[in-house]
Design a binder for this molecule. Structure first.
Ligand SMILES: [Zn+2]
Length: 61
């Protein structure tokens, strides 16, 4: 098997450079929020569809 078969990868929708890779053992039906290491923007990824969405940081009030 190729290496890609073991991972989900999501590309940052802000800069299209930052990439998040998730082990395929992770549950599929989850959304995760990631801070891009390149542009520091926050985005949300849907593992089920593989899509990423621009997001804003959630701050505690
Ligand atoms: Zn980015």
């Amino acid at each position: 098997m190729r290496e890609e078969d073991f991972y989900y990868s999501m590309v940052c929708p802000w800069c299209n450079k930052g990439k998040t890779v998730i082990d395929k053992k992770a549950p599929v039906h989850i959304h995760i929020s990631v801070v891009c290491v390149i542009c520091s923007h926050v985005y949300t990824g849907d593992l089920y569809t593989g899509k990423t969405y621009k997001s804003k940081p959630i701050r505690n009030r």
